[in-house]
Design a protein around this ligand. Structure first.
Ligand code: PMP
Length: 395
């Protein structure tokens, strides 16, 4: 039998081996790597919340260590699932707060991964259909695989292809759901939500939108791309995560009361897992109370991202998308790993993204810009990347 070490060696030879590596946190846009401070261009902390020590301090100062509510609001463990005794008052307060922001009920999940593998399999059975964008996140793909519904994938943002699939197959199934990210995590491009809404109406489907990269960053109140595009009420299932712009961990679903009740009874990733601890839920609430007012950060991020993408395009670098997630597509995994090493030497933490996270032959640098970065800190990067690419192609 082939040993796992041999398989790992092959992965290493192909530039595909992943390793865990601890980083030190010094706050702001810097991250410590083996005693060196690097500019962090690989973080999903889009608003700088997770690395804001003043905000964290303000949160901890709300704790009354000697008061009666310490366990209620700031305990580190819940000791059981929400359906047993792990449900807490702060979970309900957070859900009520989210429902107030979005105008519809909210249901918490332990992470975006839990939400995406637990919602679709619960809602759809063998007589149902799911149509999903090919570049949707792995957690959504896994959700399709776990369930019993028929699954079809449409080419990335190709809504004519989606229409053809629905025309051909919709009638044969009872329920159908269209699934897409709002902002695609590896390409930094956006779904056309208005077209998805039109198609869901025409073909009598539910619309499921993963706003992991939209929450906090898009929309006047930071509720995501659906808010910005004025289609919040049309998204039947909106998944938001706390792990990115909200600087925390956990996720939530916005949906109807009926779907919420149904999922509480059927979603295995909600039922069979220990509930998030009060301290995390309290932090999530603290953050969600502040996100609507973080307009300046959202504007700054947008301006910075547009300027950076324009600078890459000016140098004819192979980028895509239109958001603060800025890919530079290199192609081979080995070359991408080598390029990331070169950028690290220059003081930039840009992690190589390789298959299976992205399709074969499209390994890339995924530069995720955050509101804490300043133009002066990233101004030289397009030149650096361009020179390295030119050099590595001629060598
Ligand atoms: N959906 C998308 C689009 C994501 O990018 C991610 C995380 N990379 C997730 C879901 C999973 O979220 P979490 O990290 O909270 O499990």
């Amino acid at each position: 039998m082939i040993s796992y070490r041999q398989t790992l060696d092959r992965l290493d030879d192909a530039g595909m081996l992943r390793r865990l590596r601890p980083y030190g946190r010094s706050g702001g846009a810097l991250i410590e790597d083996g005693g060196r401070a690097l500019l962090n261009l690989s973080s999903n902390d889009y608003l700088g919340i997770a690395s804001d020590s003043a905000l964290l301090k303000a949160f901890y100062e709300t704790m009354d260590i000697n008061g009666p509510s310490l366990l209620e609001h700031f305990a580190l463990g819940t000791a059981s699932s929400r359906l047993l005794t792990g449900d807490t008052a702060v979970a309900h307060r957070l859900e009520t707060h989210l429902a107030g922001l979005y105008g519809r009920p909210a249901l918490l999940f332990n992470s975006g991964y839990h939400a995406n593998i637990g919602i679709l399999p619960a809602l759809l059975g063998k007589n149902d259909l799911i149509v999903s964008d090919k570049l949707n996140h792995a957690s959504l793909h896994d959700g399709l695989r776990v369930g019993r519904a028929a699954c079809k994938r449409f080419n990335h943002r190709d809504y004519e292809h989606l229409r053809r699939l629905l025309e051909r197959d919709r009638q044969r199934y009872q329920r159908a759901v269209i699934v897409s990210e709002s902002i695609f995590s590896m390409d930094g491009d956006c779904a056309d939500l208005a077209r998805l809404v039109a198609l869901k109406r025409e073909f009598d489907c539910l619309l499921y939108i993963d706003e992991a990269h939209g929450v906090g960053v898009r929309g006047e109140l930071g509720l995501g791309l659906a808010e910005e595009e004025g289609v919040l009420a049309e998204v039947d299932l909106l998944v938001g995560t706390f792990g990115k712009a909200c600087g925390s961990v956990g996720a939530f679903l916005i949906c109807s009361e009926d779907l919420r009740d149904y999922l509480i009874n059927h979603s295995r990733s909600l039922i069979f897992t220990t509930a998030l601890p009060p301290v995390v839920l309290s932090w999530n609430l603290f953050v969600m109370q502040r996100i609507p007012a973080m307009i300046e950060q959202r504007c700054r991020l947008r301006v910075l991202s547009d300027r950076f993408r324009a600078a890459l395009l000016e140098r004819r670098l192979p980028t895509a998308g239109s958001t603060n997630i800025v890919p530079v597509i290199i192609g081979s995994a080995e070359q991408t790993v080598a390029g990331a090493g070169h950028l690290r030497e220059q003081g930039f933490l840009v992690l190589p993204v390789r298959p299976p996270t992205v399709p074969q032959g499209t390994s890339r640098f995924r530069l995720s810009l955050t509101a804490e970065l300043h133009w002066q800190q990233i101004e030289s990067l397009p030149g650096l990347i361009g020179d390295w690419l030119a050099g590595s192609r001629t060598s």
